[in-house]
Design a protein around this ligand. Structure first.
Ligand SMILES: [Zn+2]
Length: 368
């Protein structure tokens, strides 16, 4: 045990991140192994850790310090799949290459190292580190569950890959299954039928032209629509009588998904529309006192890169946002997440840890 502790204490952020990458956390079993490792690592550094289990998936909740305010650091341990070599991390020219290095095991390693340091030099607030599964597959089983269990705070930082930019807004998700009916006929006499595929295409174009999809906000040029799935047609010699579209809408903070849905329903009165998935947008106020503080510290230590922005995609921030808690995406510098040459700049992991550390030293002043 003693040797183990010495070994742990000697680990650098990049060594710890490399260890996490090697777990190849693309399935539940390996995500749990990684969670257990993180739990042991943190406990061996004197950090208090609780493990939550939900539908066989483990989340690690580590706590250091106490104070009037609570900072939640959130990191997901799961990664998207990749070629086998991506799970053998390597360091080239100050960059750590590997699946998850940037999204977001590098940030997780920096956060863990920070927790260990905070045991030695306590923060002025309560700091909770939530290491979760399931982010890449929806998040309900990890962060969603922890929020349900009351693991809440005053500011949440999800260590997503942002190059030190601070993601205060994120689009909401509205995914639709639209069933369009036609009329079958022999393929040699298409004029006798109604082609459901062609009808669906017309419907799709009229949806895209709705005014609501031309709106913009400070952080977003417009909402997005992706025609993600088409299922229709059986044989060449028949006019298809049914076409099902899968449409992924990402709407803007401030827009009302029910209104969007009503408008689409009004446009396609004869189509059947289901909503298989939805997610709330994130609309963290840029003048929130904790966000301002993060901005200030990030600009001081990372320079001009630390600007506010809106994120097109969705992250675990939305579970906290749904509870009215200011939540931001903020992570180190790198590139190619979910791609073949994913890397994180190692020096940025240290700057990242220092920013978070400084934030925990600053958070006590209540009247700021
Ligand atoms: Zn991520």
């Amino acid at each position: 045990m003693k040797n183990e502790q010495v070994y742990y204490f000697e680990e650098s952020i990049e060594a710890l991140a490399s260890r996490l990458i090697r777990f190849e956390t693309t399935n539940a079993e390996r995500v749990n192994q990684s969670a257990e490792y993180c739990c042991d690592w943190l406990r061996s550094h004197g950090v208090h850790v609780d493990v939550y289990e939900n539908q066989g998936l483990k989340s690690v909740v580590a706590t250091v310090g106490e104070g009037e305010s609570t900072l939640i650091l959130n990191g997901h341990l799961d990664v998207v799949p990749g070629q086998p070599e991506l799970f053998h991390p390597r360091t080239v020219d100050g960059r750590l290459y590997g699946r998850g290095s940037y999204d977001m095991l590098g940030a997780v390693a920096a956060m863990m190292m920070l927790m260990a340091e905070l045991v030695q030099a306590p923060p002025n607030c309560k700091v909770i580190l939530a290491l979760v599964p399931d982010e890449e597959t929806g998040g309900e089983l990890g962060s969603g569950f922890l929020v349900q269990q009351g693991v809440l705070g005053d500011l949440v930082i999800c260590g997503e890959p942002t190059n030190f930019k601070i993601g205060v807004h994120a689009k909401g998700i509205l995914q639709l299954k639209v069933e369009v009916k036609g009329k079958a006929a022999h393929g040699s006499r298409p004029w006798l039928g109604t082609n459901a595929i062609l009808k669906a295409m017309e419907h799709y174009h009229s949806i895209v032209s709705l005014d609501v999809f031309q709106e913009s906000t400070t952080y977003f040029k417009q909402p997005s629509i992706n025609l993600a799935k088409i299922e229709a047609g059986k044989v060449y010699n028949q006019v298809p009588d049914l076409c099902t579209m899968g449409i992924d809408i990402r709407y803007l903070p401030g827009q009302n998904p029910e209104e969007i849905l009503d408008q689409i329903r009004a446009l396609l009165p004869d189509a059947e529309i289901e909503v298989p998935f939805r997610g709330v947008p994130v609309e963290t106020k840029s003048d929130d006192k904790f966000v301002r503080k993060l901005c200030e510290v990030a600009q001081e230590l990372a320079g001009d890169q630390a600007v506010l922005f809106g994120q097109d995609g969705s992250a675990d921030t939305r579970f906290y946002a749904a509870k009215g808690i200011p939540a931001v995406e903020f992570g180190p510098v790198g590139a190619n997440h979910h791609g073949p040459d994913e890397y994180v700049e190692i020096s940025s992991l240290y700057v990242y840890k220092d920013i978070l550390k400084k934030l925990t030293k600053n958070s006590k002043t209540k009247d700021e």
